[in-house]
Design a binder for this molecule. Structure first.
Ligand code: CA
Length: 685
């Protein structure tokens, strides 16, 4: 599984050059992870463990129309750049919060059908030499003039415009190139990343993460090699392995690391009958940054069938392990293991469970392979109950790493799932409901609550050298807490689903300061310095997959009731946050007493709802205030005429896709399910 092709003279030279390079001043936050190491770390110390109690709100900016906010704001000079839902891009004065410009990619008009794919998720923009780069759901990558927000060039990154692919991640810039991947492994697509000339938008190279149809010839030796680990006509399903979030550039070796996603369909027996590791799914893949040529890969979950994407952020660091300095890459993987990889050759140094894990006993350091438990694979004896669930032990919310404490700060989750193969009949019915010519996941998976604290979360301080926990803060709710920021001021910042932004002592985990932001937080904070003043910035916009968590993850946030905002903090500033509606748990269901409920139609609607609507409107009709309303409270869902009109045409500007491919009976079934649920809630609150 560990594969080293070659270590070139060029990479050795780059390595030597790095040793002599002086440390750059670090007052900006110029990229997604704060620096090339992607550590979400700042060397600023004005805000520190001693003085953080003096931290207060400097200013806030309301962001009307936004829903889920997942990006750490970039800070370059005096300007903050960030993206909102679906990639709307903002430039804001970092001192005052004055809005300088916005750019709306207007994707709902470009590709309204893609509204079904990503539920608004967008994790940020990139900056390089006067340009801001933003990827759009529909596959466009744009370079904007950082001074005006006007597009300078547009590249189209999707090979097939109609493919079920969607960009939700932040681009990365390195050595005059800008690179982007996309998501969609679940929908029958083939993963790849594209690197463009940052000045002109010309395609420089492209790397596919899974092999295509052998009859058409392989694009590279790496694809030929990978094809040996697949069986059956996998290319018909696309294969997956999409790079939907994490990409890290390594100046020490002039390489790019990709974190690749799951295969499509999830069920490996359908995807690759007879097994196989299925390179390069669920892997960390190292490429030559200049050419995009394969260098090595490490597969975290061979032959994955649990949606254990390796797309979590990858942090580069120099660690002293067993007495010798190592250049390492660290990842807290969705599968529950914390990996430390020697990035010179891609060899595994260590891998340890950081949350409850039952799909594998351990990772064998000699082979690099997981030692799977006998109950993990479900094709023959499924369904099985395993930890972690598909949401992972850790997901897109970045961990941070502090070189002073030597600790990684991981937003963790503890969740179990029941997962098993789908019957061919159920598969066919789902494919029909979702109008796909693709077997979608070919599994049935649902969250399971087995241990008393399933559904909980934590902030874990992990020592990657000692390979153990140093401290941990426990949270009652897993969905979703935000990513972390750590600083040389010996602090860790994290926003929570409860709406609190908290500062912890990075050494001890003691809570030192908190601020009620008025709405759940899923983004990671960033920090910057201007005129000698250090600021901490955070986007407040509960969302992401919080929508499908249902009752288990309801924090009382209600759609449209709590404004989305950018909040910026500094010492000795005490601006009042404009009023926000408090959490509300009581449902305000609407009912039309004259409507006769057709129970059998409602039962049919229930099935359709859970294959089509649940991701945004919430499991079992329970909205969680993230990106779409609880339909039992919706005026538009109260009457058949308006309900039908919304399904026919969608509300693209509000993120509601159109479903004009549903039959009239399907639409009536959905309507009946919603109406029955609302009446039930009123009668049995
Ligand atoms: Ca996935």
């Amino acid at each position: 599984m560990l594969h080293l092709i070659m270590l070139t003279a060029r990479t050795i030279a780059a390595c030597l050059a790095l040793v002599a390079a002086p440390a750059a001043p670090n007052t900006d936050w110029p990229s997604y992870g704060g620096s090339e190491s992607e550590a979400h770390y700042s060397s600023l110390t004005a805000i520190n463990a001693r003085d953080v109690q003096r931290l207060g709100l400097a200013w806030s900016l309301d962001l009307p129309g936004e829903r889920t906010l997942e990006a750490p704001p970039l800070a370059v000079g005096s300007v903050l750049y960030f993206s909102g839902t679906y990639g709307k891009t903002y430039a804001v004065d970092g001192r005052t919060g004055r809005l300088l410009w916005t750019f709306d990619p207007d994707f709902a008009n470009h590709a309204p059908e893609k509204l079904r794919l990503v539920m608004g998720a967008h994790r940020g923009v990139a900056f390089w030499r006067g340009k801001v780069y933003v990827g759009v759901v529909d596959g466009r990558l744009l370079a904007l003039d950082a001074a005006t927000g006007k597009p300078l060039w547009i590249a189209h990154t999707f090979e097939e415009p109609g493919a079920r692919q969607a960009i939700s991640g932040a681009p990365r810039v390195f050595d005059g190139k800008v690179i982007i991947g996309f998501g969609g492994a679940e929908y029958g697509t083939r993963g790849y990343v594209s690197a463009f000339d940052a000045n002109t938008g010309e395609l420089r190279w492209r790397f596919y993460t899974v092999p295509g149809d052998p009859a058409k010839g392989f694009e590279s030796d790496a694809m030929r090699l990978a094809a040996g680990t697949w069986h059956g006509p996998w290319w018909q399903w696309g294969g997956g392995g999409t790079v939907w979030d994490s990409i890290t550039y390594d100046p020490a070796f002039d390489r790019v690391y990709l974190g690749t996603g799951n295969g499509g369909p999830w069920n490996s027996e359908v995807r690759s009958p007879g097994g196989g590791d299925n390179w390069f799914l669920c892997s960390i893949v190292a490429l030559d940054a200049r050419t995009g040529a394969y260098r090595w890969h490490y597969q975290t979950t061979p032959g994955d069938e649990w949606d254990f994407d390796a797309t979590e952020n990858m942090v580069l660091a120099d660690l002293r392990i067993d007495g010798r300095p190592r250049k390492v890459l660290m990842q807290a993987n969705k599968n529950g293991f914390f990996y430390v990889i020697d990035r010179a050759k891609g060899t595994l140094i260590s891998a340890d469970a950081f949350t409850k894990v039952t799909w594998a006993e351990r990772i064998d350091v000699n082979t690099g392979r997981p030692v799977e438990t006998t109950t993990a694979r479900y094709e023959k004896d499924g369904p099985v109950v395993i930890w972690p669930a598909i949401a992972g032990g850790h997901n897109f919310q970045p961990m941070s790493f502090n070189p002073a404490t030597g600790l990684a700060y991981i937003p963790t989750m503890k969740l179990a799932m029941s997962i098993g193969p789908q019957s061919p009949e159920a598969r066919e019915s789902l494919a029909r409901d979702q109008r796909h010519d693709f077997p979608v996941l070919a599994v049935s998976a649902k969250l399971a609550s087995v241990d008393p604290d399933d559904g909980s979360a934590g902030l874990l301080a992990w020592d990657p050298i000692a390979r153990r926990k140093r401290w941990e803060v426990h949270y009652p709710h897993a969905f979703w807490n935000g990513g972390t920021l750590t600083t040389a001021g010996n602090l860790v910042f994290q926003g929570l689903a409860s709406g609190e932004l908290v500062a912890y002592d990075a050494t001890t985990g003691q809570s030192l300061w908190s601020f009620n932001c008025g709405l759940g937080i899923v983004a990671a904070p960033s920090t910057y310095e201007l005129d000698g003043v250090q600021y901490v910035a955070i986007l407040v916009g509960y969302g992401g997959s919080a929508g499908n968590g249902g009752r288990l993850f309801d924090m009382g946030w209600r759609f449209g009731e709590q404004p989305r905002r950018l909040l910026v903090f500094a010492l000795d500033r005490h601006t009042a946050l404009p009023a926000t509606a408090p959490p509300r748990f009581a449902l305000r269901a609407l009912d039309d007493p004259h409507l006769a409920i057709d129970a059998s139609l409602a039962a049919k609607g229930r099935e359709l709802y859970h294959s089509t609507c649940t991701g945004c409107h919430g499991g079992a009709l329970q909205g969680t205030g993230s990106i779409a309303p609880d339909l039992r409270e919706s005026q538009l869902a109260l009457q058949w005429l308006s309900f039908n009109a919304v399904l026919q045409s969608g509300i693209p500007s509000a993120g509601m896709p159109r479903y004009d491919d549903l039959t009239e009976e399907d639409m009536r079934a959905l309507f009946m399910y919603v109406r029955a649920g609302a009446r039930e809630a009123l009668q049995h609150p």
